[in-house]
Design a protein around this ligand. Structure first.
Ligand SMILES: [Zn+2]
Length: 68
């Protein structure tokens, strides 16, 4: 696939929410009709966060092991 095809202009999407990192409150996730949950590390403080798009909340998460 051409690398150009992988670039998305976020302004073309309808942003419907922002969730703050529960640790640092600086890291934010912007949602675009997202549903469900996602675990990922905050890009500011690097701590593991469970982002809940249904509740529009973020939780401090812990995992015994990482699955890739
Ligand atoms: Zn953070």
């Amino acid at each position: 696939m051409d690398i150009e095809d992988m670039i998305v202009d976020l302004n073309d999407l309808t942003q419907d929410g922002v969730i703050e990192c529960p640790y640092c409150h600086k890291g934010k996730t912007y949602t675009y009709s997202a549903k469900g949950k996602e675990s990922s590390n905050c890009h500011i403080c690097r701590r593991l966060v469970l982002w809940d798009f249904d509740q529009m909340k973020a939780y401090k998460a812990k995992a015994k092991k990482y699955v890739s």
